[in-house]
Design a protein around this ligand. Structure first.
Ligand code: NAD
Ligand code: ADE
Length: 423
């Protein structure tokens, strides 16, 4: 199928057929989103709505774009990370689906922001962000477009944190739904999605045997928990570094050795950061990193490993394989960094599998529908995904997985609400 080509900037439209196959393959594992897409096609709840999306341009995201388009929206998409774009998927969306896409894998910073501005030029009424770069660009450099915007959604922890900071400072100009905070999102996407795909990224980049290696994780939040559990599953001796005593204790009782970054990095063959914070592997850590250590990041931004400092210690750097850079240091050590310290799962692998993005993107689609109906009643702050939508997505996912659950009897419902019955 070919269709009218909208404004776009993608690497190679000749990749479109390969992208279409990839999008169709992902769709097989996205039944909840498919159900929403069918309903959207009938009801057209987003008719005429202009959506500006800044997401990882993957096969899973393509399926979300198609659901929104079938719901009547006019969608423009750019990348939320310079390295996460699947060029074939971007090409198919443009060539086959008539969707505006501005994304090229490996784009430089200027192109990245140029693409965000190309999406903003479509005058979105709803923003859909992953990390809040679109929203911050809009609020700092394109304020003239703000009156058009009725609401937005945010996909990831770091983005939600930034938007909450904006709301706290009173500078957020429209309501945002925090998709990340839905249970059907972070419980599964951040934990099982990143748990699997970050390890997949490390393995695809390096072909490393994980069994018997010492691996360390920075951060035991939703993402860190997932990666730690998967690395342990592969047979790594797994260390966890945390700053929050409760999460550190949880890691300890989950059976991990909890220690400081400085200690872990001196012992780890592989260190994966997943904090959303800056310079977790900073100067002190990099000074102590074990010779031959492989460093990777699964947190949103490429700020978790101080690559500038590492470069200042190096006499040379070389690419050993795609996404594998070796820094030869003056003191004789060699340190390996994967995917320039960017999200290893989306740069060196394909990001989360579609079965988990099914729920995250069902949350996105239903949140946009919710905003279309209710944005005018909302204040300029960060809102949760309505609980009934979250529960409905869980129900649909369970049904698609062929799982059944019980419901409370009337007696149990009454008992659960009462205080009188005791010993
Ligand atoms: P979270 O808030 O649940 O967990 C982060 C944890 O890091 C917290 O427990 C915090 O105490 C800890 N931490 C902060 N600074 C630290 C430091 N200096 N040393 C050790 N621990 C530290 O967040 P999350 O949902 O786990 O997300 C983590 C990051 O991953 C965010 O940037 C998020 O946007 C990103 N993310 C990435 C993907 C992906 O596909 N790669 C998917 C989801 C989320
Ligand atoms: N974030 C993590 N994995 C993803 C994927 N496969 N598609 C879009 N965003 C993602």
């Amino acid at each position: 199928m070919t269709t009218t080509r909208r404004a776009h900037d993608v690497a190679d439209l000749g990749l479109a057929d390969a992208g279409a196959k990839r999008i169709a393959w992902a769709a097989r594992e996205m039944p909840v989103l498919a159900g929403i897409r069918r309903r959207f096609a009938q009801e057209r709840p987003l008719a005429g709505l202009r959506i500006g999306a800044c997401l990882h341009v993957t096969a899973e995201t393509a399926n979300l774009m198609l659901a929104l388009r079938d719901g009547g929206a006019d969608v423009a998409l750019c990348a939320s990370n310079p390295l996460s774009t699947q060029d074939d998927v971007a090409a198919s969306l443009v060539a086959h689906e008539g969707i505006s896409v501005f994304a090229r894998k490996g784009e430089d910073r200027d192109t990245y922001y140029g693409h965000i501005n190309a999406v903003l030029a479509t005058k979105p009424q709803v923003t859909m962000d992953d990390g809040a770069d679109l929203v911050t660009e809009l609020h700092t450099k394109r304020r003239e477009l703000l009156p058009e915007v009725v609401g937005g959604t945010e996909e990831t922890t770091t983005g939600v944190n930034r938007l909450r900071a904006m709301a706290a400072e009173g500078v957020l100009s429209y309501p945002i739904v925090a998709v990340n905070d839905a249970m059907t999102k972070h419980l599964f996407d951040n934990r099982y999605g990143t748990g699997q795909s970050a390890v997949d990224g490390v393995i695809r980049a390096t072909n490393l045997l994980i069994a018997g290696k010492t691996a360390a994780i920075g951060g035991y939040g939703w993402v860190g928990r997932g990666i730690a559990s998967r690395l342990r599953g592969f047979g790594a001796i797994t260390l966890v570094c945390e700053v929050d005593p409760l999460r550190a204790l949880e890691a300890a009782m989950d059976g991990f050795e909890v220690t400081t970054v400085a200690d872990a990095v001196s012992r780890a063959d592989l260190f994966v950061t997943a904090t959303g914070n800056v310079n977790v592997l900073g100067k002190e850590a990099l000074d102590r990193a074990k010779d031959g250590a492989i460093l990777a990041n699964a947190g949103h931004f490429n700020d978790e490993i101080d690559l500038r400092y590492l470069a200042s210690l190096a006499t040379s750097t070389r690419e050993l394989r795609p996404f594998v850079a070796e820094y030869q240091l003056r003191d004789g050590r060699a340190i390996v960094v994967l995917a320039e310290g960017r999200l290893v799962n989306l740069s060196a692998a394909e990001g989360h599998p579609p079965a988990v993005m099914d729920m995250s993107f069902a949350d996105q689609a239903l949140s946009v529908e919710h905003l279309r109906a209710h944005a005018r009643e909302l204040e300029h702050r960060v809102y949760p995904v309505p609980q009934e939508l979250d529960e409905e997505i869980a129900r649909q996912k369970l049904a698609a997985m062929g799982m059944r659950i019980d419901t409370l009897t009337d007696e149990q419902r009454t008992y659960a609400r009462s205080w009188k019955a005791g010993t």
